[in-house]
Ligand binder design. Structure first.
Ligand code: SF4
Ligand code: SF4
Length: 739
């Protein structure tokens, strides 16, 4: 008894001292980040999220098999805590049982069953790791770039927890110390197997198994605290501190040291974006520490899947590894020598043993070079994140949507772009043209404002344009046309169709004409927050004037562009612009349901044309509008044929994040990849609800037609056009001309 008490408690105290030191350093490091005061609001919703995401494992269960394996492993950790309470009790008293519930057969049964489930789960994890072996599958493996050795070690440690548990319990049965008479059927089975060894062996074996069980847990604790499996402890905190409801939709306003930046009169020492790892907030740093390297984000990333160097997983891992390597300088344990010269990256890079897409390995270790290397930079300057990585992102949000621990990749990427654009003036040259057009002409195309109403020419009804300073009382909607609707030929077809449908449904609306300016989305997502603020303030001033005196609920805007929809509806509140913005597919769907529009199918439902629907990222994932456009496709008499990647797992068209305005020089073109998937459905039309998706898909389709891999009969259209065509079927046939 005394031996196991001394060894068990001695090991525990030693481990707790080392663990405490590590936790203290981790806490100091993460709290060295910039303040972020937005993470504690809405405690009720945070509690619910904790219950569903941590205890219910909701996000992990989006992927059924790995989700279930994680579910059982998580609950194994929770339930088997009771076995550790029993183990520590047994150090003091071999007949120990948990007070009140310690002899309850149900608890014994639950402990054994969950241990078996954990065993099955680690077998499943092992099979997944073999099937996804990155050595063999290279970039197509979601574990490519992850630390696979550490993952196998963790599986081994979980296995050690389980077998030592059963050994301890089996020998305890034979030594007469086991608290459960019934229920714990596996432990009793192990006991039966070991019974022939007799009490002389079973009793010392019980002590050895008990110490092994405790020892494994203590070793596991140290491994977790010193490895990427830190997520076991920090994931619940990260989930509790997540952006509510999720880190998609609006971008966060820019803050410096926890205070909003005044763009009209910024402070001299304001921090613009993230130019150094220490510019990230504590939540950003917590994100980095939380990454499980599961690669779900990477497997969904359009950039990664088309051969670009950007993997959201590697971005987070690189930032984490750099943060940890720079920690001694951030915490003041080491100083950068004053005579520090430029980094000799070529000499250092010899030890880069990681994947080529990862920038962290360019400057390994915690030498002073780590502290002075640029956060964003090419291999030549030892950058942690390569510019090609940073500028490949379409901000599609697939990574954020899939991440089981609520890491906020898009915010971090845009924050790094903000520093590059506003402080370093380092950005792809094509963006220079975009910024100039936005600044001088108020639209990305550089067209004259006077041409903003050209889209309405030739319509056989009048498009009402606002003639007064405020909306007349009987007008229900402001129809926001957007720059694409005004200047792009294909997008003009969409706005013409929507205008006609609104006209037919007797919706009282007006348009602004040359009163509109770009909403600022491409400027904001490419990091030019100054320009975004300028454009947004201009629009908010106009819109607040128009809606002056209207109560909430009557400040309605309809738009055909998901980027306008997202920016006007969800970002302008940051500038005191509060409107109810709907996407045209939502409004049209409502009009169909109200019977104000009556689509007519061209024939029996089963003979309708096959139409596939491409989810625009800023309508789908960013704003969760999935059903209305699909319902409209069905209402128009077409048969919806889904692509393999659709709804929240939809694949981006390649235009978001201002990528529309940049050349795509690396890998396969994103739009062609998406069009290939659409062509694969054999649909006669690819419907969408975004002018930018429409441009990208049309370009992709044109390329495939030129190659002969797509038939000339396939077309890209907006859902509104499908609806209009079906509504027009009810029109009376024109009278036959007299001979
Ligand atoms: S937002 Fe989209 S493109 Fe950007 S890293 Fe995430 S998945 Fe990749
Ligand atoms: S960022 Fe999230 S999804 Fe991506 S590897 Fe890390 S934990 Fe997995």
């Amino acid at each position: 008894m005394a031996v196991r008490l001394v060894i068990g408690l001695g090991l525990t105290v030693l481990t707790l001292v080392l663990a405490g030191w590590r936790v203290d350093r981790l806490y100091a490091l993460i709290s060295s980040g910039q303040p972020d005061h937005s993470r504690t609001a809405d405690l009720g919703a945070r509690l619910r999220t904790q219950l569903t995401e941590v205890f219910g494992q909701r996000r992990l269960l989006k992927w059924t098999i790995p989700g279930l394996a994680h579910f059982f492993t998580f609950w194994g950790f929770v339930i088997l805590l009771t076995v550790y309470i029993e183990a520590y009790g047994a150090l003091f008293n071999e007949h120990f049982a948990i007070p009140l519930i310690g002899h309850w057969a149900v608890l014994g049964f639950l402990q054994d069953v969950i241990a078996l489930a954990v065993l099955a789960s680690i077998i499943a994890f092992a099979i997944m790791r073999v099937r996804q072996d990155p050595e063999r599958r290279q970039r197509s493996s979601r574990f490519y770039g992850s630390h696979t050795g550490g993952a196998w070690l963790i599986l081994l440690m979980i296995f050690n927890v389980i077998w030592t548990m059963f050994l301890f319990r089996g020998t305890a049965v034979n030594a007469g110390d086991f608290p459960y008479l019934t229920g714990a059927f596996v432990s009793r089975g192990v006991g039966a197997l070991l019974a022939p060894l007799g009490p002389g062996i079973n009793q010392p074996l019980e002590t050895a198994a008990l110490l092994a069980h405790i020892g494994v847990m203590l070793a596991f604790l140290m491994i977790v605290l010193y490895s990427k499996h830190l997520h076991i402890f920090v994931a619940p905190i990260n989930v509790a501190a997540k952006r509510m409801p999720k880190a998609l939709g609006p971008l966060l306003p820019m803050e410096s040291r926890g205070k909003p930046i005044d763009f009209e009169d910024p402070d001299e020492d304001d921090i613009f974006g993230r130019g150094k790892i220490e510019d990230f907030t504590w939540k950003g740093m917590l994100d980095f520490a939380t990454c499980t390297e599961c690669g779900r984000c990477q497997s969904q990333c359009p950039a990664w899947n088309t051969g670009k160097p950007l993997s959201p997983k590697l971005v987070i891992m690189d930032l984490r590894d750099h943060l940890f390597a720079k920690a001694p300088y951030l915490l003041g344990d080491q100083q950068v020598p004053e005579d520090m010269e430029a980094i000799d990256v070529l000499a250092l890079a010899a030890s880069n043993g990681h994947v080529p897409e990862s920038g962290f390995g360019r400057v390994p270790g915690s030498g002073p070079e780590q502290a002075v290397r640029p956060l964003v930079g090419t291999a030549e300057v030892g950058g942690v994140i390569d510019p090609d990585v940073l500028w490949s992102c379409t901000t599609c949000g697939a990574c954020v949507e899939q991440c089981p621990v609520d890491i906020e990749h898009v915010d971090h990427i845009v924050d790094m772009r903000r520093y590059q654009v506003m402080i370093e003036s380092e950005f792809p040259s094509e963006l220079g043209t975009l910024f100039r057009n936005l600044e001088n002409k108020g639209n990305p195309w550089g067209q004259n404002q006077s041409a903003r109403m050209d889209w309405a020419k030739g319509l056989d009804f009048e498009v009402p344009q606002l003639a007064e300073e405020t909306l007349p009382d009987d007008v229900e909607y402001l129809f926001w046309i957007g720059c694409a609707g005004a200047f792009d030929d294909n997008a003009r077809r969409t706005v013409r169709a929507v205008a006609e449908l609104l006209h037919r449904a007797d919706v009282n609306y007006v348009v602004l004409g040359d009163g509109e300016t770009c909403n600022g989305d491409p400027a904001r997502r490419s990091g030019n927050e100054f320009l975004f603020q300028m454009l947004a303030q201009q629009n908010v001033e106009v819109l607040n004037g128009i809606f002056d005196g209207r109560p909430p609920g009557r400040r309605k805007i309809v738009t055909t562009c998901p980027h306008c929809f997202n920016t006007l509806g969800r970002e302008y509140p940051q500038l005191d612009g509060h409107y109810e913005v709907v996407h045209h597919t939502q409004l049209l769907n409502q009009l169909v349901r109200q019977g104000k529009l009556t689509p007519v199918a061209s024939g029996p439902a089963e003979d309708g044309p096959a139409v596939t629907y491409h989810d625009p990222c800023y309508l789908g994932r960013h704003n969760e509008v999935y059903s209305p456009p699909r319902e409209l496709v069905g209402a128009s008499g077409a048969q919806l044929t889904e692509m393999p990647r659709h709804a929240d797992r939809s694949m981006c068209c390649g235009a978001g994040g201002a990528r529309m305005w940049m050349e795509e020089r690396i890998g396969k073109r994103v739009n062609e990849d998406r069009v290939d998937e659409a062509i694969g459905t054999q649909a006669s039309a690819i419907a969408t609800g975004c002018p930018f998706c429409r441009v990208m898909l049309t370009d992709g389709l044109t390329a495939r037609e030129a190659e002969g891999t797509a038939g000339k009969t396939t077309e890209v259209i907006d859902v509104a056009q499908l609806l209009l065509a079906s509504v027009k079927r009810a029109d009376p046939a024109p009278p036959a001309e007299a001979e």
